[in-house]
Design a protein around this ligand. Structure first.
Ligand code: 14H
Length: 253
């Protein structure tokens, strides 16, 4: 049977994404728009800079809900040599995931909703003194053109959803997450001809935001110290992986 969603949708075509009518299309649209609205928000009172390394700045706001740590996290980073499209593609595409993820035991796609939206089921490593966590979330990649001259913004959103193929089974606890990676590409000293752009002329400004609820009680201090260590480690490892993978490949704008 031909997949209707795949036939009618036009992958990565920018601002016209509600032409794909899978059951989560409106959910995806709502969450994407929310991230786009807040991405430019300045760091204000209540956000602590918890890690800084080169261009990377990791901020966190301490928040608890019913005694459970749900600290929002924001990372700003800037790197030379890769485009936003490349960063987002490597983050979204499941075939590379286990090469840069160090906090997962497994990852699998349990449903393809359209060419840009899939549902993942992942088993996380047990890194804190608590039950092992799993997650089930839709993952959507999108390109948004802002103007004719500027490079488009690329983003990936991962957002928890229930799924009949991923029932919650004790002793595992389900993480609840709303995570976005948003990338802008800047061309420094643009040559007249687009074909002459070299990797040294390109720069990517990325924002990573994570709202993760551990889904059950975890000792606050342990969770905060794991988060403080693991988020910067993830971003460093992931970005150097993308640099290494793309170095000798043609630039993907
Ligand atoms: O964003 C990251 N990874 C993606 C791709 O695997 C999945 C992620 C996600 C997480 C949880 C639920 C759904 C989706 O978006 C990189 C994540 C790095 C995580 C660092 C470890 C943080 C430890 C604190 C977690 C608190 C939960 C007890």
């Amino acid at each position: 049977k031909i997949n209707d969603a795949a036939v009618v949708s036009t992958p990565n075509d920018g601002n016209t994404s509600v032409n794909r009518k899978h059951r989560l299309a409106y959910d995806v649209e709502r969450v994407v728009q929310e991230h786009l609205t807040y991405v430019r928000e300045e760091i204000s009172d209540g956000w602590d800079l918890i890690h800084q390394e080169g261009e990377m700045k990791v901020y966190r706001r301490e928040v608890e809900e019913n005694g459970i740590v749900v600290d929002p996290l924001k990372i700003f980073h800037s790197m030379k040599g890769v485009t936003g499209h490349e960063i987002c593609q490597y983050f979204w595409d499941y075939q590379y995931r286990m090469e840069w993820e160090t906090t997962l035991d497994s990852t699998k796609i349990i449903e393809v909703l359209d060419p840009d939206t899939v549902i993942f089921f992942q088993m996380h490593k047990r890194v804190w003194p608590a039950a092992q966590r799993d997650s089930c979330f839709w993952s959507h990649i999108r390109c948004i053109s802002n103007s004719e001259e500027d490079q488009p913004t690329w983003l990936v959103v991962n957002y928890t959803t229930p799924h009949h193929l991923a029932p919650i089974k004790s002793p595992h606890v389900r993480l609840v997450a709303n995570v976005a990676l948003i990338c802008e590409t800047i061309i420094n000293e643009p040559p007249l001809n687009i074909q002459d752009i070299k990797r040294e002329n390109i720069e990517c400004k990325l924002t990573y935001v994570a709202f993760v609820n551990p889904g059950g009680w975890v000792p606050s201090a342990a969770l905060r110290s794991v988060a403080k260590r693991e988020y910067p480690r993830f971003l460093k490892r992931f970005t150097s992986y993308v640099l290494e993978q793309t170095r000798d490949k043609p630039i993907l704008f």
